[in-house]
Design a protein around this ligand. Structure first.
Ligand code: CO
Length: 287
C-alpha cells in the first residue's frame, strides 16, 4: 500500500464558453494543463443569470466524452440523435461524442443559482470514431456511501470502503470504457481524516470546491486541480469547515492529443477531417 502525494496544482482561470457562460477552467486551461485521459474540467457557479443565461447553443464534439454534473440549477440538453435530457440538481449527463455529436445545453431557469461541472475524458484512437451515445442519469440513480466522517456520491467507478461497496451508474463494464474512469463527489465532515482506495496506475486528481482540505500536510487551493502521484490510496484531512471535493481518476491512454476547440483527435489530418465533416454536415453521419 502506498499513499498518493499531492504532486502539482493546476489553478483555474476565469473564462467563458458557449454563448458567454462564465466559468472557471482548471484542467484544459492550456496545452500542458491536462492529465491523461482527462482533457478539461470546467466549473460554472453563479447566482447572476447574466453569467449563464446565454447557455451553450448547438455545437459539435468529436473524439472524446463529456460529463456534466449539476449541483444547483437546471439545464436542458438536446442532441442530433433526438435525445432530450433534463439536467437537475445532483444529476449527470454522460455523453460519448465518438464520431460526432451536435448538441445544446440551455438553462431552464432565468434566475437563481446555476452550479456544476463539465469534464472532458479522452477516447483512445480505436474508439474516437465509434457511434455517439448519450446517458441522462437522474440524481436518484447515483448511489451514495455514507460513512463515519462523511459521504460519497459514486458517479463512475466502484468504491469499496469499510466493508461496503457502491458501483456508479458508469463503471468498468457498463458501458465498457477503456479509461475505466472514477468520478466521486466527496463531502467530509469538519476536522476528519478519510482514506479512499484508488487503483494504482490510474492518473488521478482532486478538485476542492468548498471548505478546506489537505493531502500529506499540504493545503489544497480552492477551485484548482490537485494532481496526485501514483499509489493505491488517497488520504485527505478536512479543515474546521469540512470539505467538498471531486475525486477523479482514469487509465492513461498514452497517445498524442491534437485539439481544435471541440474536436480532439490524434493527428492534425484527423482534425482537418473533422472540420470538413462539420462544414459539410457529415460530422454525425454513420457509415
Ligand atoms: Co458540448
Amino acid at each position: 500500500m502506498s499513499t498518493r502525494s499531492l504532486e502539482r496544482i493546476i489553478e483555474s482561470v476565469a473564462t467563458a464558453d458557449g454563448a458567454g457562460v462564465k466559468l472557471r477552467r482548471s484542467l484544459g486551461s492550456g496545452q500542458l494543463a491536462r492529465l491523461d485521459p482527462f482533457l478539461m474540467l470546467d466549473e460554472f457557479y453563479s447566482d447572476n443569470p447574466d453569467d449563464y443565461i446565454a447557455g451553450f447553443p448547438a455545437h459539435p464534439h468529436r473524439g472524446f466524452e463529456t460529463v456534466t454534473y449539476m449541483l444547483d440549477g437546471r439545464m436542458e440538453h438536446k442532441d442530433h440523435l433526438g435525445n432530450t435530457g433534463d439536467l437537475g440538481p445532483g444529476s449527470v449527463q454522460w455523453m460519448t461524442a465518438g464520431r460526432g455529436v451536435i448538441h445544446s445545453e440551455m438553462p431552464k431557469q432565468s434566475e437563481g443559482r446555476m452550479r456544476g461541472f463539465q469534464l472532458w475524458i479522452n477516447l483512445p484512437a480505436a474508439e474516437k470514431m465509434k457511434p455517439a451515445s448519450y446517458r441522462d442519469i437522474p440524481a436518484e440513480k447515483i448511489p451514495e456511501l455514507v460513512f463515519d466522517g462523511g459521504r460519497i456520491r459514486v458517479i463512475a467507478g466502484t468504491l469499496k470502503l469499510r466493508g461496503e461497496t457502491r458501483s456508479g451508474p458508469v463503471n468498468g463494464s457498463q458501458p465498457a470504457l477503456s479509461t475505466d474512469p472514477i468520478y466521486w463527489d466527496l463531502s467530509i465532515d469538519p476536522a476528519r481524516q478519510v482514506t479512499l482506495p484508488l487503483p494504482a496506475g490510474h492518473n488521478a486528481f482532486v478538485y476542492l470546491y468548498e471548505g478546506q482540505a489537505s493531502i500529506g500536510g499540504q493545503s489544497l487551493p480552492h477551485r484548482a486541480a490537485g494532481i496526485l502521484g501514483d499509489g493505491d490510496r488517497l488520504n485527505l484531512v478536512s479543515g474546521s469547515m469540512g470539505a467538498r471535493l471531486l475525486v477523479l481518476a482514469g487509465k492513461p491512454i498514452n497517445e498524442p492529443v491534437v485539439q481544435y476547440g471541440p474536436f480532439v483527435m490524434n493527428t492534425r489530418e484527423e482534425i482537418e477531417q473533422a472540420v470538413w465533416d462539420y462544414r459539410d454536415g457529415r460530422l454525425t453521419e454513420t457509415a
